[in-house]
Design a protein around this ligand. Structure first.
Ligand code: ATP
Ligand code: MG
Length: 414
């Protein structure tokens, strides 16, 4: 064997600030999901390929070109999850979670898509995910969108993110709108990008989602969903918007917003930013009343969203680095042995304690200061003989002798 090992393209390694920011997003999500009464759920990182292929729709980018699919040693086709919703819906059916409806759950973890890596776009990325399964009331749309808005608020990024909202209507609305879109795009067929021309055959709604400049004027002049909304769908949407207003959640209407996946109905939304270059969506979601039925289950209204942890992390400012309470500096063999006992006692007393066991006194002192510790505990053989240690306040520089037995109290009392 020769040659250096390398990370797989599109994967990330995180240390220090990047890792802190990543987990600050998850910690905020966990606080907020509790405030809204969402449970935690865990589902596998991989599923039978059919779980995603059938539900996401064969013509979506995710299924047609982004899935990590492989045959396992038993010859089964397996796919690494490109998103959470399908796996949670699968578990809802196979675990008998129907008994808990409405089921409000959250999850977070890695997701995998074979994409062209760039800033904010990776092949292994991480998502926050929230779902309400078995609730068809507009109040659940308001609740889950409100939760996303509060998360952005807690992360201190609400000012930099805008909520775009649309409705895709009920199946009747969608069919009528789709017909009008096909007619419109067919008229402009020869001016469309190749990609959009392909979508025209298979999934015309997705042309609205095109990122090709060539398509923009044709998309801008396309018919909007409002002209095809059934009375019922319009009524549903007005209850959602009224609820958001009542909850103090700001939104703007985007009549051309669609979701990339096929199973969406009614409410569709995205939280977008202008601060991440081409990657503008940080959280995206919608109502997917058709999904569980498409998996062979009963008709089950549901709504959910997913947010990119990395993209959210990039918007937040770095949290304060985790600091230590105490840096222990033993000098001499006897002191080093005693330091093991002292460190264990301090840690059991709930004090974060780091040990500087390398280099001369000056080096160790520098390291202690750099660790951000509030105190240095210096133990030399002389002090040890008296059962004492030197306690130095690294902020003020003040130093005094304290009985080793009393160290934890002396530090905690400050
Ligand atoms: P995009 O338009 O950026 O490709 P998408 O519509 O494919 O996004 P969703 O399937 O809605 O994204 O996923 C929800 C969220 O997950 C996105 O809003 C984004 O924050 C994040 N996300 C999606 N794909 C990636 C990726 N490859 N790398 C990092 N984050 C991602
Ligand atoms: Mg994508």
């Amino acid at each position: 064997m020769s040659g250096k090992v390398q990370a797989v393209r599109g994967t990330q390694d995180m240390l220090g600030e990047a890792a802190e920011r990543f987990h600050a997003v998850i910690a905020a999500f966990d606080r907020v999901r509790r405030l809204y009464g969402f449970q935690r759920v865990e589902v596998p990182v991989f599923e039978a390929t059919s779980v995603f292929a059938r539900t996401l729709g064969e013509t979506t980018d995710v299924v047609s070109k982004e899935m990590y699919t492989f045959e396992d040693r038993g010859g089964d086709s397996i796919t690494l999850r490109p998103e959470f919703t399908a796996g949670i819906a699968r578990a809802y059916l196979t675990e008998g979670w129907q008994q808990y409806v409405p089921l409000k759950v959250t999850a977070w973890g890695p997701a995998f898509r074979y994409e062209r890596p760039q800033k904010g776009r990776y092949r292994q990325f991480h998502q926050l995910d929230a779902e309400i399964i078995g609730a068809g009331e507009p109040a659940s749309d308001v609740e889950i969108i409100g939760m996303a808005a509060q998360l952005l608020d807690e992360l201190g990024v609400a000012e930099r993110v805008e909520l775009k909202l649309n409705t895709l209507g009920d199946p009747a609305t969608r069919d009528a709108w789709r017909g009008a879109l096909v007619e419109h795009f067919t008229r402009h067929k020869f001016d469309l990008s190749d990609e959009s021309r392909k979508r025209l055959e298979k999934n015309p709604l997705r042309i609205l989602d095109s990122k090709e400049h060539k398509d923009f004027p044709i998309v801008d002049s396309a018919p909007v969903v409002d002209d095809y909304l059934s009375a019922e769908a319009a009524n549903f949407f007005s209850k959602v918007t009224a609820g958001l207003d009542a909850a103090g959640v700001k939104w703007t209407r985007d009549p051309r917003l669609v979701r990339g996946l096929d199973y969406y109905r009614h409410t569709a939304f995205e939280f977008v930013t202008e601060d991440l270059g081409a990657q503008s969506a940080v959280i995206a979601g919608g109502r997917y009343d058709g999904l569980i039925e498409s998996m062979g289950g009963p008709h089950t209204p549901a709504i959910g969203w997913a947010g990119g942890i990395e993209r959210l992390g990039m918007l937040t400012s770095a949290p304060a680095a985790a600091t230590m309470d105490v840096a222990l500096l033993p000098l001499g063999l006897a002191a080093e042995a005693a330091a093991m006992t002292i460190a264990a006692k301090l840690r059991r007393a709930g004090l974060a304690c780091d040990m500087a066991y390398r280099g001369n006194m000056k080096k160790r002192m520098q390291k202690a200061a750099a660790s951000g510790a509030r105190y240095a505990v210096i133990i030399g053989d002389d002090e040890l003989a008296k059962g004492e240690a030197a306690l130095k306040d690294l902020g003020s520089g003040e130093q005094r002798h304290v009985a080793i037995e009393a160290l934890a109290e002396a530090i905690a009392a400050r």
